[in-house]
Design a binder for this molecule. Structure first.
Ligand code: AMP
Ligand code: MG
Length: 491
């Protein structure tokens, strides 16, 4: 493997995925676009990546639009499969191209991917392109997730193509430059398993372990240790989604990153009014990916990973299956552990007691009954300690005073004062999330040529835990009885 010389813009490509068997990718160049125009550039991320912001601002759009290939890049479309709404399909990057892997100044390896960069051998009947709205949406929400401390792919830029894409009506086209720890998915393993060649699968496993779980390299039981490690990261990730009210919307196995990052922001959205069965996506008719189903769907997706790994484990097949099932069954307790620590933190609790899960779930019941805003309720709880004289309206909510009684008794068993607890709560309960209304407002403006509302929203999202005068418009929660929000896949 040769490390390419750093370019003026700071690109430092060192491509390793291309050394896997050729079935895993197709060398494919992005299709040039008519008129590349920079819409958004993530300066802070560019700096962290060791890129030259000034150069990116002046000429980066040509690279981000796929019109120029930076030195050292080796563009490929990656192959993968996946269960989409429960049905197995061979997929692959149909509208994305991996430019290559860039090494950051602290030697982190990241994928640089162009999403919406034209047709590839995996495009099927699709046009390989993306519309501006959904690409800005991914930029806003992924960067919002990052500020909330949730593992996620990042967004480096959105670049207009100067071309239209047909999505019922003509829409402005754009390309998102996505930065990811990698784009290896559960679906990548399903793809390898479906090929039926043990050697491919072994190589994919060894490569993935090397890249994401190097501590497991010498494990005697590599496939099992790997599976356990992926399970752990997924349990941690999904618990974080559940604690901020994030609904991914398309948890197909091709959208599950092995590295444990949130990936593929399509119809995702955050809860306003709490309801466990919330579904935003217009295509999720059965509610398969509803808010409350996300942990169990994750376990289902992990079962698909386990199935894919069967081929590479020697020994009696029944024993092998049994061992995978045993690990898979640890998912619930693993998830609960992460979730309860996070749930307690949201309530100002630093210790764990047996009945704590009841306190949290009773609060959710109250929110559901009285149609309370998920995010705002936690903010109000901290307020109720710090400024008991200001009534945020919760005292009128049915069952709330009884719940507060229970919570106060529990808080009294914590070290430190109630005010200390409120301070802790402020560090974990966001005041600002990418509110559906605000995201929508920003997208509508962007589509008509005004990117300012997007800039203002992105700025507010950078400090989700700080309540300031400037970010006040982004703090507002939904009112009981407000209209349900609906999202579209944008493909
Ligand atoms: P997604 O819903 O974005 O996870 O995409 C599911 C699959 O459809 C992936 O294989 C994508 O590459 C493919 N796909 C989505 N949009 C397009 C498009 N406009 N052209 C070609 N393939 C697409
Ligand atoms: Mg996808």
């Amino acid at each position: 493997m040769t490390i390419e010389k750093k370019s003026d813009a700071g690109w430092c490509f060192d491509n390793s995925f291309v050394h896997l068997p050729k079935v895993f990718f197709s060398p494919t160049k992005p299709e040039p676009v008519r008129h590349a125009g920079q819409i958004l550039l993530n300066d802070a991320l560019a700096e962290d990546l060791g890129l030259n912001v000034e150069i990116l601002q002046s000429t980066g759009a040509q690279v981000f639009a796929g019109n120029e290939i930076p030195s050292g890049a080796m563009p490929i479309a990656q192959a993968y499969a996946g269960h989409q709404f429960g049905h197995f399909t061979n997929l692959g990057d149909g509208r994305a191209i991996l430019l290559g892997e860039h090494l950051t100044p602290d030697r982190q390896r990241v994928d640089v991917q162009l999403k919406g960069s034209g047709r590839t051998p995996y495009s099927r009947s699709g046009d390989g392109r993306a519309a501006l709205g959904p690409m800005i949406r991914e930029y806003i929400i992924s960067e919002g997730m990052e500020s909330l401390g949730i593992p996620t792919t990042r967004s480096l830029s959105v670049t207009a193509t100067g071309e239209s894409v047909l999505r019922g009506t003509p829409l402005p086209g754009a390309i998102l430059t996505r930065i990811a720890t990698s784009h290896i998915r559960v679906g990548t393993f399903q793809y390898a398993a479906a090929l039926g060649d043990k050697e491919n699968l072994s190589q994919l496993l060894a490569y993935t372990v090397d890249r994401h779980f190097p501590e497991l390299r010498d494990s005697d039981d590599l496939p099992f240790a790997f599976f356990q490690a992926v399970l752990d990261r997924q349990a941690d990730l999904i618990s974080r989604w559940m604690l901020v009210g994030f609904v991914h919307g398309v948890m197909n196995t091709d959208n599950v990153s092995i590295a444990g990052e949130t990936i593929d922001y399509g119809p995702c959205a955050f809860l306003d009014i709490y309801h466990p069965e919330t579904v935003f996506s217009s295509i999720d008719h059965q509610g398969r990916y509803a808010f409350q189903n996300q942990p169990s769907i994750t376990q289902w997706n992990l079962a698909r990973l386990a199935e894919s790994l069967l081929q590479v484990v020697p020994g009696n097949p029944e024993d092998v299956v049994e061992k995978f099932v045993e690990i898979l069954e640890t998912f619930s307790s693993c998830y609960e552990k992460y979730f309860q620590i996070g749930a307690n933190a949201k309530l100002g609790l630093t210790t764990l007691e047996k009945e704590d899960s009841v306190i949290y779930s009773e609060l959710l019941n109250i929110m559901e009954e009285s149609q309370l805003d998920f995010t705002a309720t936690f903010v109000s709880l901290a307020n109720s300690i710090e400024q008991p004289e200001v009534d945020p309206g919760l005292s009128k909510v049915v069952g709330f005073s009884g719940w507060v009684e229970q919570w106060s008794q529990r808080l009294a068993r914590e070290p430190g004062s109630f005010v200390d607890a409120a301070k802790r709560m402020r560090t974990v309960n966001p005041v600002i999330i990418p509110r559906n209304l605000k995201v929508e407002e920003a997208l509508v403006a962007a589509e008509s040529g005004d990117i300012e509302p997007t800039h203002r929203l992105l700025e507010a999202l950078k400090s989700p835990f700080s309540k300031t005068k400037e970010n006040e418009p982004y703090q507002k929660g939904a009112l009981p009885g407000s209209q349900p929000y609906c999202t579209f896949c944008g493909t």
